[in-house]
Write a protein that binds this ligand. Structure first.
Ligand code: ATP
Ligand code: MG
Length: 212
């Protein structure tokens, strides 16, 4: 299948995540996928209740939404959706996709996943149905070798899945939360506005500072 959108369709991307907090790894993944697959817009969707993570997010949904908004504000091709944080119950990708398809019919949807997140596909609700309705772009991520991605993906999914090598940024939200708690710098790992928001609101155990 061609990676280009079919004629008459608008090609859109979805990057879902906890974004706890959002960082440059997320932004580079979205921009690289946008460029490589000719996507018009990337929708960042902070999740409400992640069903696949052992612990609830450290920051509130509103704080994660606000940080995502701040991080993406300068890119006219990036949008942030409240769909999952405003929905009650666990955030299932198929429910999100179906809601998006209703709101924007005739669009060709591409779900962007980091290589470490591919194994989540097997725990998705109705994965076969979802894979029939969209394309998946798996972007490389340091620490998640392609061999593991191949092993996690049943070959039946092959024609729906595209792999994309992107510049490797060894950044994770888990490490950023630890850094914030230890008073170590977040600068250059997250957009300035996000680092400032974390400081101002004392998120993740960072010492709260009053805005200048
Ligand atoms: P956590 O450590 O809390 O799991 P995270 O950094 O993995 O946070 P998520 O919000 O879990 O961030 O990730 C959302 C999506 O972005 C996932 O598909 C993930 O694989 C992808 N992603 C996150 N960081 C990177 C990165 N540095 N490079 C490529 N993809 C990434
Ligand atoms: Mg993660």
């Amino acid at each position: 299948m061609s990676a280009e959108a079919r004629e008459g369709e608008c090609a859109l991307g979805i990057l879902g995540g906890t974004f706890d907090p959002i960082h440059h790894g997320h932004l580079v993944a979205a921009e690289e996928a946008r460029h490589a697959f000719g996507l018009h817009t990337i929708l960042f969707i902070p999740c409400g209740q992640p069903y696949h993570k052992p612990k609830p997010p450290a920051a509130s949904a509103e704080d994660r939404y606000e940080m995502t908004r701040l991080a993406t504000a300068s890119n006219p091709h990036f949008e942030v959706s409240r769909l999952e944080i405003d929905r009650r119950g666990p955030s299932y990708t198929i429910d999100t996709l179906e809601a998006l398809q209703q709101a924007r019919p005739n669009c060709c949807w591409h779900i962007i996943l980091g290589a470490d997140a591919v194994e989540e596909i097997s725990s998705w609700k109705r994965p076969q149905k979802l894979l029939r309705q969209c394309r998946i772009i798996v972007v490389s991520r340091p620490g998640a070798p392609w061999e593991e991605v191949e092993a996690a993906l049943p070959t039946a999914y092959d024609e729906h899945v595209h792999r994309l090598e992107i510049p490797g940024l060894h950044i994770s939200s888990t490490e950023l939360r630890q850094r914030a708690a230890q008073g170590r710098p977040l600068r250059y790992l997250v957009p300035n506005a996000v680092a400032q928001y974390i400081r101002q609101h004392g998120l993740y155990g960072a010492s709260a500072v009053k805005p200048a």
